[in-house]
Design a protein around this ligand. Structure first.
Ligand code: FMN
Length: 379
């Protein structure tokens, strides 16, 4: 295989290895994908300030994320259906994060269950919660996250109704999933993936399977989930979750300064400035353009995490410069996972680490703690 230099190389490799429907599920956004593109375009438009003759021989990327030590200011974002990108993908992701020394966040919509990941991992991980119509089920997920000693609960706020992703509809990745002739032929061309993932013992939504009658079928569960997103969710539900979860609470999907002000007053420890990777409201502002506004509105009362379009260490540096404490990576993680399982995730993390380290040095910065607005080249 050709030298892997960047996340783009891992993306190419992922595209070759996994069925098209799954690759496109990760790679695309909602509707016309304006927000997906804006996430990248606005990061690209930010320049960095080159500085010279500053002694940067002694550098460190070490930091803390929501109170936990991390070897760099990056965490793995929660992504649904991760176990379809690689057999036991959530376990592989958690073990890679553990080895690298950064947080891993497991999605409610994972293939491996909370208990599966807990049994395989030796360090605590974060759990992402969707509060569904069935509040009893949400409460039981919180109890399971407590029992698994999860170190933070990430409550996702921006999916009380689902945006449409055209690619998923066209590819038959719908509710219920459609096995089209095109999909069958595509899978047949990727026997390595088929033998590994389709023959694995985990092939449905691991956290939900026991709750729903017929829950061992992806189709039945997908139908149940589609009816479970709750448009009536409100800040009162955040209070309710806060009352059940005594540990660190991270609110994910805050993009607007008014919401940031409310979030700061409801007892959360951190927010993730996020538009769900351009997968929800198409036309929403890019995450990076929202970041400084949220930082201002939070006024130091919340730790600010960031996601949306992060594909390099330079992107991480820009987000830190605009006030984030750390970044979550969604697609960059999935490309690595699909390309090479745990080793591919480690490769992705190492690429980002090296890019961040070199970019810090070339902006004259020794520690991630010192990164601020001065590394940005203002027009
Ligand atoms: C395939 C995929 C599945 C996702 N599933 C979830 C999920 O289950 N829960 C959640 O809170 N966010 C989910 N997200 C959003 C990510 O957590 C994160 O906000 C986003 O991917 C960040 O943008 P990036 O992909 O450009 O890094 C998903 C993202 C992708 C790409």
């Amino acid at each position: 295989m050709a030298e892997v230099c960047s996340i783009a190389d891992l993306r190419d490799s992922a595209r070759r290895r996994i069925p098209r429907a799954i690759f496109e599920y990760a790679d695309h956004g909602s509707y016309n994908e304006a927000t997906l593109r804006a996430n990248r375009a606005d990061l690209d438009a930010i320049g960095l300030r080159q500085r010279v003759l500053i002694d940067v021989s002694d550098r460190t990327l070490a930091t803390t994320l929501v109170g936990e030590a991390a070897t760099m200011p990056v965490a793995i974002a929660p992504t649904g259906l991760t176990g379809l990108f690689h057999r036991d993908g959530e376990i592989e992701g958690a073990l890679a994060a553990e080895e690298f020394g950064i947080p891993f966040c497991l999605s409610t919509m994972s293939i491996c269950s909370i208990e599966d990941v807990r049994a395989a991992a030796s360090k605590p991980f974060w759990f992402q919660l969707y509060v569904m119509r069935d509040r009893g089920f949400a409460a039981s997920l919180i109890e399971r996250a407590k029992a698994a000693e999860c170190s933070a609960l990430v409550l996702t706020l921006d999916l009380q109704i689902q945006g449409q992703r055209h690619r998923d509809l066209k590819n038959g990745l719908t509710v219920p999933p459609k096995l089209t002739l095109a999909n069958a032929l595509d899978i047949a061309r990727r026997p390595g993936w088929a033998l590994s993932v389709l023959r694995g013992k985990r092939r449905t939504f691991g956290n939900l399977a026991e709750r729903v009658p017929g829950g061992d079928s992806l189709t039945t569960l997908s139908q149940w989930i589609a009816g479970q997103f709750d448009p009536s969710l409100s800040w009162k539900d955040v209070d309710w979750v806060r009352s059940l979860w005594p540990g660190k609470l991270i609110l994910k999907g805050v993009l607007d300064e008014e919401d940031a002000k409310i979030a700061a007053s409801c007892g959360a420890d951190a927010v993730v400035v996020s538009n769900h990777g351009g997968r929800q409201l198409d036309g929403a502002r890019s995450s990076i353009s929202a970041l400084p506004r949220v930082v201002d509105a939070a006024g130091g009362r919340l730790e600010i995490l960031f996601d949306g379009g992060v594909l390099s260490g330079q992107d991480v540096l820009k987000a830190l410069a605009l006030g984030a404490k750390g970044c979550l990576i969604g697609k960059a993680f999935l490309y690595g996972l699909a390309a090479g399982g745990r080793g591919g995730v480690l490769q992705a993390l190492d690429i980002i680490r090296r890019e961040l380290d070199v970019s810090m040095a070339l902006t004259g910065t020794r520690s991630v703690q010192d990164v601020d607005n001065r590394v940005i080249a203002h027009p």
